[in-house]
Design a protein around this ligand. Structure first.
Ligand SMILES: Nc1ncnc2c1ncn2[C@@H]1O[C@H](COP(=O)(O)OP(=O)(O)OP(=O)(O)O)[C@@H](O)[C@H]1O
Ligand SMILES: [Mg+2]
Length: 368
């Protein structure tokens, strides 16, 4: 369904019942954009308004992950899904008006993404509802194995907004925590909580980091907003609230090129990690998951978490196996074909994400 068709459909709702609200609601967690999810699955589409740059990269990243997952062996990756995404840049204003009533936030009318809505709970929901504790041992293992597999994929696009840390070189940071909002977990509905599917969502932030300053200038933001956004793209140790003038701040921040180089080095570290180094990456991710459980699961006691997780280092091995499998499988997929195909359809997109993926293409022999 494209934006015009959805617009016509939604308008019938507001016309029919004297301006009745359209059947969507804004998500509670979303921070990088204004994201609306359907109230029920009668229109199974997520609508996300954000800047053109963010939409382009999310569209590119979703398409990239989608194609990649499909090319990987079904027996190992068949339980993953990536929602289909459409990018619209025309006629946004009228369409956005239908959603404006649902939020007090500004809605950007530069572009919008229409994303297939999947039936699943975020890992955040799964953790906060204490559901992890009701899973079978086998499913719990599969989730940790999957976290490893997904982390391997995220190393390619430099996506540090899900499970992997930045610049990890073997030293465990005990405070690191994963972002548990960017995977959806579908469990069976027959009361047994059996793992059915894992969907990868919000896949763009890694690629968005690679933008050069001159490309970001295109974003029509006022000075204050610009300042905050630049800080998001830069060194995470620099706070948007520091009282330095924006101009000076901008010069201190990393350019897209530097970020690309940093993520390339992380990717290279992952590709060539020996057994002990790979175990350390898995261990850091595991620590990140435990920290998210400790924070978000309000029911589990410290003792319970320790009994299930801290005593059981075999879950680290599951993450490691997942990382290892993805690393091995990447050698069997022709990434350059995926990238070429993607960019042939995205000719007028910004340059930086293309630069990064083409670089990987040229410099890493991912097809052995
Ligand atoms: N395809 C989808 N199917 C079902 N629910 C979704 C889908 N995409 C997003 N959601 C829901 O909307 C929430 C916000 O989506 P998303 O993470 O894409 O937005 P965001 O603004 O980038 O959020 P954040 O900044 O917190 O990462 C998700 O946590 C999830 O609950
Ligand atoms: Mg998100």
């Amino acid at each position: 369904m494209n934006i015009d068709e959805l617009g016509v459909l939604l308008k019938t709702f507001s016309d029919k019942d004297n301006n009745a609200p359209i059947p969507f609601k804004r998500t509670e967690l979303g921070s990088s954009g204004t994201t609306f999810i359907p109230k029920d699955m009668s229109i199974p589409i997520v609508v996300k308004f954000q800047s053109k740059i963010q939409s382009e990269t999310e569209y590119l990243a979703n398409s990239f992950y989608r194609k990649l997952v499909k090319k990987l062996p079904r027996e190992f990756y068949g339980h993953f899904g990536v929602p289909k995404t459409e990018l619209a840049t025309n006629n946004i204003s009228k369409f956005a008006n239908l959603f404006k009533k649902l939020t007090s936030l500004e809605i950007t009318t530069e572009s919008t993404l229409l994303i297939d809505c999947k039936n699943g709970a975020t890992l955040y929901n799964v953790e906060s509802s204490h559901t992890l504790f009701s899973l079978s041992d086998e499913d719990l293992r599969k989730i940790f194995f999957s976290i490893g597999q997904i982390s391997g994929l995220d190393f390619i696009t430099g996506n540090c907004d899900r499970f992997i840390p930045k610049k990890f070189r073997g030293v465990i940071n005990p405070l690191f925590r994963i972002n548990n909002g960017n995977v959806l977990i579908k469990l069976s509905k027959d009361g047994t909580n059996t793992l059915k599917k894992i969907y990868l969502i919000d896949n763009g932030p890694g690629l968005t980091d690679f933008f050069d300053f001159d490309e970001r200038k295109g974003e029509e933001l006022d000075d204050d907003t610009n300042y905050a956004v630049y800080s998001l793209f830069g060194d995470e140790t620099q706070s948007a609230l520091e009282e330095k003038p924006p101009e000076k701040k901008k010069n201190n921040l990393m350019s897209g090129e530097e970020t690309r180089r940093e993520r390339q080095a992380d990717f290279e570290y992952f590709l060539h990690a020996d057994d002990a180094e790979l175990y350390a990456i898995a261990n850091q991710i595991y620590v990140g998951v435990l920290n998210s459980i400790e924070e978000d699961d309000k029911i589990a006691t410290k003792e319970e978490i320790e009994a299930v997780f801290k005593q059981d280092s075999s879950l680290i091995d599951e993450i490691k196996k997942g990382l290892d499998l993805t690393r091995e499988q990447l050698g069997c997929v022709n990434i350059s074909v995926i990238v070429d195909n993607l960019f042939s359809k995205a000719k007028n997109f910004h340059e930086s994400p293309k630069k990064y993926l083409n670089f990987l293409n040229a410099n890493f022999s991912l097809t052995r």
